[in-house]
Design a protein around this ligand. Structure first.
Ligand code: MN
Length: 403
């Protein structure tokens, strides 16, 4: 490893957000942003109850996050002990369980590998909590970029719509995306463990080359930055293969062996792929996948973990359960469906009664036949339509899981 890698470098081009003059230390509880004095501890208290911040405060938080991200190198140099966390995907209550399992800053140091938003119901609350921790405990929280921390992907998989619904506008989504643009994409722990969201790129042989990349942009559809966030390991191939994701590559044993050897590291730790056991090692333990979204999208009954790295000890996965609130949410889902079916029935009964009354004026003999017709016909059309729609939604969700 060259000396240049050990010394974090400043990113090349951040014209909009220069290094902040705000003093951010772990002992700071108040931060002055322009004329406003904000209190990250008060934010944390609110956000931990799954309540997002008022828009003006959220925008200040995004600004603080951006200011700090802009000072960080592409590959952040970190020291153990540290706990690595994988995909979270808007599963806010499971993030609370994760923090229970890992311990919270400033008592522990946490490194998140990206994919904070999309899929889950609480992307906004999730990213707000992580941003608050990042601002409040700067030397104990590092946030890397995942492939969902982009405009293109977060527009398609839920975060965009969620922000629009909760704030009635898109300013916060735009602010978050500008923060995403500045996120570092990798971390090097004790110079021995490379942590990254997706995996390797055929264009990047060394950590040094990662430092040379330009990162302050929307992730392109191809090229090194895209590959690092999108690629997956595949033990069934030796070299490089095409990915069905439509971005990034599949990489086999040789690229992993070469990268590990050339950069004198022991392990590549990544997330990005659902693994049912929550943790998976491959390529002679030179690469591992850490997955931190238990019971993913509320239907895959998978396990989840975080990975504890402590000096020369072998990495230790710490498993944790999904938040029990999931079951209650499922209950709400069933009630929602029941309410919809009942209201369809109610509507049809009302329609039938109206028609019965009208027909009885003209011809009382056929009033019951007409009433039955006007109840049975709409029910037989609307209910199957509704069931088909629910079915279709499920299929879309299942497809999303494969993405
Ligand atoms: Mn991903």
């Amino acid at each position: 490893m060259t000396a240049a890698v050990e010394k974090p470098r400043m990113p090349k081009l951040f014209s909009l957000y220069g290094p902040t003059k705000l003093a951010l230390t772990d002992s700071n509880s108040y931060i002055t942003a322009g004329d406003t004095v904000v209190d990250p501890d008060a934010w944390l208290e609110q956000v931990k109850q799954c309540r997002y911040l008022p828009e003006d405060h959220m925008r200040i938080l995004c600004r603080l996050v951006r200011d700090r991200l802009a000072t960080m190198a592409n590959v952040v140099s970190l020291q153990s002990p540290i706990t690595i966390c994988g995909d979270i995907h808007g599963q806010f209550f499971d993030l609370l369980k994760l923090l229970e399992a890992s311990g919270e800053p400033p008592h522990v140091q946490l490194l998140f590998l990206g994919d904070y938003v999309d899929r889950g119901k609480f992307s906004l609350e999730t990213i707000t909590l992580l941003f608050c921790l990042f601002v409040r405990y700067p030397s104990h929280v590092t946030l890397l970029r995942g492939n969902h921390e982009t405009r293109r992907v977060s527009h398609t998989y839920g975060f965009y719509q969620e922000v629009e619904r909760k704030y009635g506008g898109l300013a916060v989504w735009r602010d978050c995306c500008e923060a995403f643009d500045l996120m570092p994409f990798a971390a090097l722990i004790d110079d021995r463990v490379l942590a990254i969201h997706g995996g390797l790129s055929p264009e990047v042989r060394t950590v040094d080359m990662m430092h040379e990349l330009r990162r302050d942009m929307e992730v392109p559809n191809g090229g090194a930055l895209c590959d690092l966030l999108w690629s997956d390991p595949d033990e069934s191939i030796d070299g490089w293969g095409l990915s069905t994701r439509g971005a990034g590559f599949l990489f086999g044993k040789t690229p992993v062996d070469n990268f590990v050897e050339e950069n004198s590291i022991d392990l590549i730790c990544r997330s990005h792929q659902l693994v049912m056991e929550g943790f998976m090692e491959c390529f002679d333990k030179k690469l591992c996948t850490v997955w931190s979204a238990p019971n993913y999208t509320n239907r895959v009954e998978n396990k989840a973990c975080v990975l504890r790295i402590d000096g020369s000890r072998s990495p230790e996965p710490v498993f944790f359960e999904a938040h029990p609130l999931k079951e209650e949410q499922f209950g709400i889902h069933v009630l929602d469906m029941l309410a919809t079916v009942l209201s369809i029935g109610e509507f049809c009964m009302l329609l039938a009664a109206t028609m019965q009354a009208l027909v009885s004026i003209v011809n009382p003999k056929i009033k019951n036949t007409v009433a039955t017709l006007f109840f049975v016909l709409p029910v037989s059309i609307i209910v199957p339509f509704f069931i088909a729609k629910v079915h279709n939604d499920e299929a879309i969700k299942r497809e999303a899981i494969d993405h």
